[in-house]
Write a protein that binds this ligand. Sequence first.
Ligand code: NAD
Length: 311
Amino acid sequence: IETGKVGIVGSGLIGQSWAMLFAAAGYQVKIYDEDPSRMTQALEEIKIQLQDLDKRGLLRGELTVDEQFSHISTNETLEECIKDTFYIQESVPEEVELKKKVHTELDKFIGSNTILASSTSAILPSIISEALVHRNRFIVVHPTNPPFYVPMVELCPAPWTDPEVLETTRALMKDIGQKPVTINKEIDGFVLNRIQSAILGEGWRLVRDNVISVEDFDIVMKHGLGRRYAFMGPFETTYLNAEGWKSLSERYADTFYRVEKTFGEPEKMVGPTVDKIQNECNKMIPIEKLQERRQWRDRRLTALAKLIKDM
Ligand code: NAD
């Protein structure tokens, strides 16, 4: 991969994280945001974050704070931002029409070798890229928040995306220290959010039907399944739980099938069960303490990242 210039379009929460990830790996990062004050703010926040990471011994890569910071520049126009870039990561708000508009603009300026990536969480790549001249250069690159501590990235090509775009993007993500996965066929929710829906959907039904409390359901995840899942996936977990997957199938296929058949119908998460969940959550964490708890979460994620790095 070239260690050339990368364009970041949209400098909010996610755009900033991308800028930091690329700069840490030695890329030149060019930011554009339609709101200039957001760019100034982004630079300020990036500097604070880099200094803070450095203090905690968590700075990525070989470069110092100043070196990393000097790799990031802001641009007054979109055209200037994407000039000479080989990869562009769009991170504007999650609205279909806005995404289409921004990519139509980008389409006008890019060369036929540029990769056009979108951070979208839930819009299918074919919807954003269908009408683009360079639609074969488009791919969804969906990070997990906060990308600095949670490295998994979903790569989802459209049906017309060049295989080389997928291959290069995968290599690029590995090069900046992320953990890419490939979604071979576009599908609603990609994979992470499909799994999250499955877990929350079942949690909703179990709480609604008084099978378990909200607090205990969360304990099942954080002190049960989650303990393993922090470093080992469900397929490997079950592979180890029997004498391999063939043996797992022989022993447990009937049980898994029987249980799965008892799952209820999907239900929109509205109505009295929302109040029940809200009240129970509020008992665990009073709603006015959310910000404090978010900071606590980020510290725990940092500690976990460190632990896993040392593993
Ligand atoms: P955000 O609101 O923090 O930032 C969006 C930025 O885009 C703002 O600075 C805004 O000024 C700028 N912008 C708006 N219109 C623009 C335009 N036409 N051209 C250039 N810049 C423009 O949003 P975010 O949380 O960073 O999310 C960005 C994308 O990343 C969304 O698609 C979102 O779904 C996705 N994403 C978010 C998360 C998350 O947890 N926040 C996780 C994964 C993916």
